[in-house]
Design a protein. Structure first.
Length: 420
């Protein structure tokens, strides 16, 4: 796939018929989330093709204990140290080893395995996922924030280790399959599609006043809260263009976005001879997850099937940057470089959190993120991070600055309308 990622080692997946091959061992980071649960469901239905070595979660010890038991993991790690006692209790009487605290999540990532599924939400996923990659594990990557925050370091490490970074994100997975290992010199352009989210047909004024409940009501996909809010403003598509840039090693000018409300075509690869290949599937994350889990073989799954006659019509439209400024801000950050993707990613997480906490309006998310980028450039602190450590330092600094900006700006009025 990505030229920098190289071929790497991917162990065989046992087919039920063959029965003799060793099963592929897997670690799931973010096992209690939306992607984690879909991964668990595929593994549970795969008839012993996979063994789960370790699972990790954030704050919910009960949910983590449940998935650890169901999948027969030997190690369960919870990021929140306060949940240790509950996790221990919930897994008493089993042989599952238990640990808590951020370092335990890294420990889970490093548990011996053939593949690590990176499905932690947000920048919290950077350190453990990078640890897995650095230890030579094949990584099935859902956590796009890893690449937006520290893309060059991740791709460099994948190349150094000769390991695969397999894209779980549906658009990237579709593009990966549509590329079919073609070299970048035969590719003119790559298109990522966006459903357009719940506000696709809304006016700017209506979007500005959207509530968290409305933003969380995605028409096609059922996902965790952060990515669902990102999707509503098309920030998610901006993050995904940045993700595609690093993953496929393709420059920003050759990446574009089409709004496609049916979410059937997830990505398009336009070749230099005019041919176009499309990656298509029903909008079900189990499809790309299964593809990554069994790559380069194919699993038979119960994932939703695509029925084109039932869909009937596929439509495409250009994104509206006026109504969805977050997409413009993200594409600008990619074009400008100087570490702006890292800065954008950090500011966006704080802004989404503030929106979900009803402290800012929906449009304030893009404003706050753009302001963080502009201020970092003006203050001369914007620069490309040379390593994951530098990226995470920048991330922490920008989080502090964004929280301060939130505090200093018209919180009394419950709006950041005066900020720009
Ligand atoms: P969810 O919010 O549903 O799940 C997040 C998971 O991460 C939970 O298991 C959570 O545990 C865990 N977690 C949070 N913080 C930590 C931490 N510090 N250490 C370990 N685990 C932690 O998110 P999604 O599954 O929707 O998304 C996961 C990633 O995949 C995101 O980066 C998203 O952008 C990407 N993605 C998701 C898609 C989807 O359809 N959902 C599609 C494409 C990409 P707990 O619940 O205990 O807090
Ligand atoms: Mg996606």
């Amino acid at each position: 796939m990505n030229e920098r990622g190289g071929m790497g080692k991917v162990s065989e997946v046992r087919s039920e018929a063959a029965g003799t091959k060793a099963s592929r061992s897997v670690v799931i980071l973010g096992a209690t989330g939306s992607i984690g649960q879909s991964t668990a469901a595929i593994i549970a239905g795969a008839g012993g093709a996979f063994t789960v070595e370790a699972v990790a979660g954030g704050r919910d010890p009960i949910a983590l204990a449940k998935v650890a038991r169901e999948l027969g993991a030997s190690f369960a790690a919870l990021a929140d140290p306060a949940g240790y006692k509950d996790l221990k209790e919930a897994l008493s009487g089993t042989s599952i080893e238990v640990a808590a605290g951020p370092q335990s999540v890294v420990e889970a990532a490093l548990h011996p395995s053939d593949m690590v599924v990176g499905a932690i939400a947000g920048t919290a996923g950077v350190e453990p996922t990078f640890a897995a990659l650095s230890a030579g594990r094949t990584v099935a990557l859902a956590n796009k924030e890893c690449l937006v925050c520290a893309g060059p370091a991740f791709m460099h490490q994948a190349a150094v280790q000769g390991t695969r970074l397999l894209p779980v994100d549906s658009e990237h997975n579709a593009i990966f399959q549509a590329m079919n290992d073609a070299g970048l010199d035969s590719i003119e352009r790559i298109t990522l599609t966006a459903s357009g989210g719940p506000f696709r047909t809304w006016t700017s004024e209506a979007i500005a006043k959207a509530t968290p409940e409305q933003a969380l009501n995605h028409p096609n996909w059922s996902m965790g809260p952060k990515i669902t809010v990102d999707s509503a403003g098309l920030m998610n598509k901006g993050l995904e263009v940045i993700e595609a840039h690093y993953l496929f090693g393709i420059e920003a000018a050759r990446l574009d976005v089409l709004v496609h409300p049916q979410s059937v075509v997830h990505g398009l690869v336009h070749f230099t001879d005019g041919s176009v290949t499309a990656g298509m599937a029903a909008p079900d994350m189990k499809v790309p997850i299964a593809h990554c889990l069994s790559y380069p073989e194919r699993l038979t799954t119960a994932a939703r099937r695509l029925d084109l006659a039932a869909v009937g019509t596929l439509t495409f439209e250009r994104p509206d940057f006026d109504r969805f400024p977050a997409l413009r801000v993200a594409l600008d950050a990619l074009r400008t470089g100087q570490g702006l993707p890292t800065i954008l990613n950090a500011a966006n997480e704080i802004a989404v959190e503030a929106f979900l906490g009803k402290r800012i309006s929906f449009h304030d998310i893009a404003r706050l993120v753009e302001q963080a980028c502009d201020r970092a450039l003006a203050d001369g602190i914007a620069r490309d991070p040379a390593s994951v450590t530098e990226a995470l330092e920048m991330d922490r600094l920008i989080r502090e600055r964004t929280r301060a900006a939130l505090a200093e700006n018209s919180l009394a009025q419950g709006s950041l309308a005066t900020m720009h």
